[in-house]
Structure formats: structure tokens, C-alpha cells
Ligand binder design. Structure first.
Ligand code: SF4
Length: 293
């Protein structure tokens, strides 16, 4: 089965729309020893896929008892030694903390799945600045280019906020352009909604209509790329971690390396296993296929 494992909590980034730094406090990383012990226990109980969790997971910096500190890449290296663990993921990452160490690990560590959730929120530098994201669109695109150069099959998912205070039509069209460039395998998108206590709270200045209209446009674009991504998987063979039974007899549901739900038809018992599956079809939401014999 698959499980989450918290490695880090809190956030020091203070994006101007977000309450996390106020509600969860400053970044705190758990000790590597405690994490590895918990990972071993989970794997001993049958977990084969672990997702390391943190509000700012790639800012992880743990202190070992020996005094040495470990970044997320170092932590992943140590966890990946656990023999019966097959797959590793981590979420949520901030573009600024995608170090070369971590990027290079995608080319070295086979257990690390070729899928990265890397939110940007807007495709406009002007808006990113107002959001206090601390990086430019160019930096983000270059980070993804580096990842793709190292692991060509890596899939990217994202987060977007439309209608941030002061977002112009031009800013918004830059977000659409960015989506065309990155071709997200999946993305979450929301209308800006002011959160009390955050710097952007008082400035909410776009009408609901404008926000709603932009959200529809963005989601249409994201859906096209999501569908294309899934269509490109049709006729390929993917290793699927089977998680549960499907709706009908002889049906199972699992996840691809890229987090797509996959419906598998088989008369064999597959739950908890990683199965090679030929992908036959996509509905846009999920894939379907049969085990390769
Ligand atoms: Fe931190 Fe993410 Fe909130 Fe920004 S959006 S303050 S990085 S938790």
C-alpha cells in the first residue's frame, strides 16, 4: 500500500495570500533518525510507496544526532535504502528550494517517482512579486527544464490562483501561456479568496465575475493538457501500484507513476502489488488497462 510520512511542518515563505506561516508557524524539520525509524515501521507493515509530506517539504533540513545536517535529497537517499520500499514521492515543494542536489536525484534514485508537484500560482512576474513568491517565471521554467533534462519522462503538476489583487488581463494571459509551455499533467486552480490576517487581504479588487471567467478559461486549458498527457500514455506499459477494488467484479484501481488513477481488469488478486499494465484508454479523469502477461 501507499502511505504519507510527515517530515517537515510550518513555513517561512510568507506568500502574501497564505495563512500557513501564521497558523502553523515557522519551518520545523523532524529528525532524520525519527523519520527513518517511522519509514522502516511503515515498510515492515506492508507499505511500498511513501510520500514525504511537508508544507515546504523541499526546504527540509534535519539535524542528525552526529551533528550533521541532511537536506531533502540526503534524507531521500537514506530512506531509499530500505529494501522493500519501492516508491518515493514528496510534496509540497517550493520552486526556490529545488536545489541542484534534489533535481539531480531524479536522475539517480530509481525509487523516486518521475512526478513533481511544483506550484507557481501565476505566470506573471508582476503578480508573483505581489504574491511574495520570491522567484520569477523564468526561474521556474528553467528549474523544470533542468528536471526534464535529467529525467525526460518527469511529469509536473501545479497550483494556480486566478484573480489575485491587481491581476490584469495581460497577467492572466501570461498564466495561460505558461500552462502551454509546461503542459501540466495535472493542476489545481482556484479563484483568489482573501484570507484574514494576510497582507493581500484588504486588496481584493477583482469582481467575482472576472475571477470566475478567468478560472473557467484556465481550467479549460489545464484540462486539454491533462487529457493530452493521459492520451500519450495510451498503448504504453506502466507500472501501477494497485490500491483497491474497482466498482465492478474483476476490477481494480491503482496509481501510475504519474499519480493517474488506473482502472485495471484482471481475474487475479492484485491489491498491494505493483503490476505492469498496458494502458488501453483514458476518460480524461482516469486511465484503464490490463496487466501485461
Ligand atoms: Fe508557505 Fe506555501 Fe503558504 Fe507560500 S503558499 S506561505 S510557500 S505554505
Amino acid at each position: 500500500s501507499a502511505s504519507f510520512l510527515t517530515v517537515q511542518e510550518g513555513c517561512d515563505k510568507f506568500c502574501s495570500f497564505c495563512v500557513v506561516p501564521y497558523t502553523r508557524g515557522t519551518e520545523v524539520s523532524r529528525s532524520p533518525e525519527a523519520i527513518i525509524k517511522e519509514a522502516e515501521e511503515l515498510v515492515n507493515s506492508g507499505v511500498i510507496e511513501l510520500t514525504l509530506l511537508g508544507q515546504n517539504v523541499n526546504a527540509y533540513r534535519g539535524q542528525k544526532k552526529s551533528g550533521n545536517s541532511l537536506d531533502l535529497a540526503g534524507l531521500i537517499k537514506e530512506i531509499s535504502i530500505i529494501r522493500n520500499l519501492k516508491r518515493l514521492r514528496f510534496v509540497t515543494s517550493h520552486p526556490k528550494d529545488m536545489t541542484d542536489n534534489l533535481i539531480e536525484l531524479f536522475g539517480k534514485e530509481e525509487k523516486l517517482m518521475p512526478y513533481l508537484h511544483l506550484p507557481i500560482q501565476s505566470g506573471s512576474d508582476r503578480v508573483l512579486k505581489k504574491m511574495n513568491r520570491g522567484h520569477t517565471v523564468k526561474f521556474y521554467v528553467e528549474t523544470i527544464d533542468k528536471l526534464k533534462a535529467i529525467r525526460s519522462d518527469i511529469a509536473i503538476s501545479g497550483d494556480f490562483i486566478v484573480g489575485f489583487p491587481g491581476e490584469t488581463e495581460e497577467d492572466f494571459s501570461l498564466t495561460l501561456d505558461l500552462c502551454d509551455k509546461i503542459k501540466y499533467a495535472q493542476a489545481y486552480s482556484f479563484k483568489y479568496s482573501p484570507r484574514a490576517g494576510t497582507p493581500a487581504y484588504e486588496k481584493d479588487d477583482l469582481s467575482e465575475e472576472v475571477k470566475a471567467e478567468r478560472l473557467v478559461k484556465l481550467q479549460e486549458k489545464l484540462q486539454i493538457h491533462q487529457l493530452n498527457f493521459q492520451r500519450n500514455l495510451v498503448e504504453t506499459v506502466q507500472e501501477i501500484l494497485v490500491e483497491k477494488c474497482g466498482k465492478f467484479r474483476n476490477q481494480y484501481v491503482g496509481r501510475s507513476p504519474y499519480m493517474n488513477p488506473v482502472v485495471i481488469t484482471s481475474t487475479k488478486e492484485l491489491i498491494g502489488k505493483i503490476v505492469k499494465v498496458r494502458i488501453l484508454n483514458t476518460s480524461g479523469l482516469s486511465l484503464s488497462g490490463v496487466p501485461v502477461t
